[in-house]
Write a protein that binds this ligand. Structure first.
Ligand SMILES: [Zn+2]
Length: 160
């Protein structure tokens, strides 16, 4: 538990939102198959996001920081989170693996040769790798995932 104000735990139905939060650099736990008791046991000091009204009530009763998510698409979900929480001020894009939530480490072009498309290898200097799954990231890949509409949503998009 990092004690960070903006660490998240996404409920089972919020897989896409979880990936976007990781993309923005937030420590986000998500498991597609997990029992309710296990979720409640693992939330800790994280902000729990759920679309399940009963679970929302239960977690709130246990004193957990819980947000009930009304929308069923990630864009609307994220937009509302941005309105509710200081997401933009605290985001650190291009720092975390969207699949395993692991912090990325820098890699040289030589280290990722053969693992990224040839044109990317030739035109990109800065790569990062997930130490857990080996997935390779570069700025272009993050911009692709975030998408044009998302770019607008996030506003100033800094990749420094
Ligand atoms: Zn990974």
């Amino acid at each position: 538990m990092g004690g960070n104000e903006l660490d998240f735990f996404c409920d089972r139905m919020l897989g896409k939102l979880a990936k976007k939060l990781r993309l923005l650099g937030f420590d986000t736990l998500y498991f597609s198959e997990i029992q309710e008791e296990e979720i409640l046991r693992r939330i800790g000091s994280r902000i729990f996001l759920t679309r399940d009204k009963e679970l929302y009530i239960k977690a709130t009763r246990f004193g957990m920081r819980t947000i009930y998510v009304e929308d069923d698409n990630w864009r609307a979900q994220l937009r509302k989170l941005i309105l509710k929480l200081p997401i933009i001020e605290n985001m650190k894009p291009f720092t975390r693996c969207i699949e395993c939530n692991e912090l990325l480490v820098k890699a040289t072009p030589e280290e990722v040769k053969g693992k990224v498309p040839e044109y990317v290898y030739k035109t990109t200097d800065e790569f990062k790798v997930c130490p857990k799954c080996g997935r390779v990231y570069w700025k272009g890949s993050h911009l692709e995932w975030i998408g044009k509409d998302m770019e607008k949503l996030v506003g100033r998009w800094s990749l420094e």
